[in-house]
Design a binder for this molecule. Structure first.
Ligand code: FO1
Length: 309
């Protein structure tokens, strides 16, 4: 049996950490968004994979949720002195990983292979895999034009008004070969940004057909609590896309893909509306501050999957 956890940035990493403490390595595979990946200063950067890797290795910067703990910034300072691009903060320790990955990719290794090597060198026993080895990149259509994802997210601090998202290119058919689709017994969609983190994973044809033809339950956890996003620009983006910033609207977004939806206690009154969509609801505390919170929510999701079988 294998559970697939679909995850993106910092919000997804929290639940993923909880799941990794509850399930053995052969019981779960973490399928990570690569739509945020980009090339910067000649380096191949995979922010969401690294966020999860650093989180599992216990070396993530806890205050940002991304990058390394105990980081130093000498290289960035020097880049600024050279008047080179420095809007994307690459710390000295973090740079080592980007150098290592870029070198292996340039020798012909796939992102799946590189990620597996990095995980084993950092002592990570659970399987972290990119959604695909193909080059899938998220672009954001805004009032300032069509922007590459990190341009929108980091350089422009999510300030441009979003009107649409696109995930190119459209020829991506295969999931990472490290995802054993035959063994999947359930899917958990982590509380990551649906448009920026989860939809790019669902863009992979093999993932979409796996979910469409499923004989296993799929459960999503709402990234919206009350009318706020737990983290990041989800609420701002929904507002700009003329969507109500509610967990119900997120459930509607996932409507054909999920059997169960976990929403926060604060949103108890919205449960009937989600159920009207034909989706079963589980109510649970979903703001994860401590490791215990993450483990507790992971157990809720796994129990929900069991009950939906
Ligand atoms: N996020 C920022 O908001 N500013 C940064 O300068 C930044 C640098 C960075 C470096 C390495 C890395 O792995 C992640 C980094 N992130 C940064 C986070 C990242 O770009 C976003 O959180 C994700 O792409 C969204 O999930």
């Amino acid at each position: 049996m294998t559970i697939l956890a679909l995850t993106g940035g910092v919000g997804g990493a929290k639940l993923s950490l909880g799941l990794s403490r509850v399930l053995e390595p052969d019981e779960i595979t973490f399928v990570v968004n690569v739509g945020d990946d980009f090339e910067h200063l000649g380096l191949s950067i995979s922010p969401d994979i690294d966020t999860l890797t650093y989180t599992f290795a216990g070396i993530v910067n806890e205050s940002t949720g991304w990058g390394r703990a105990n980081e130093s910034w000498d290289c960035l300072t020097e880049l600024r002195r050279l008047d080179a691009e420095s809007w994307f903060q690459l710390g000295d320790l973090d740079l080592a990983l980007h150098l290592f990955r870029t070198g292996l990719l340039s020798k012909g290794k796939s992102l799946t292979e590189v990620t597996s090597v990095v995980c084993s060198r950092l002592g990570i026993v659970h399987k972290i895999v990119p959604a695909t080895d193909a080059k899938l990149r998220t672009r954001v259509l805004t009032d300032q034009g069509l922007l590459e994802f990190q341009d929108y997210f980091v350089r422009l601090k999510c300030e441009p008004k979003v009107s649409a998202l696109e995930y190119h290119q459209r020829t991506i058919t295969s999931l990472s070969p490290a995802v054993d689709v035959e063994k999947v017994t359930g899917v958990i969609i982590c509380p990551s940004n649906p448009f920026l983190s989860i939809d790019p994973i669902l863009e992979v044809d093999e993932m979409r057909s796996l979910l469409a033809e499923r004989d296993f339950p799929v459960v999503a956890v709402s990234p919206i609590v009350g009318n706020r996003a737990i983290k990041g620009p989800t609420a701002k983006m929904m507002h700009e896309l003329n969507m109500p910033t509610t967990c119900t609207r997120v459930a509607e977004h996932y409507r054909d893909l999920v059997d169960g939806f976990v929403l926060d206690e604060e949103d108890t009154s919205r449960a009937p509306d989600v159920e009207k969509l034909g989706i079963r609801v589980r109510i649970a505390p979903s703001i994860m501050k401590t490791l215990e919170d993450k483990i507790a929510l992971a157990k809720v999701c796994l129990d929900f999957i069991d009950k939906l079988r």
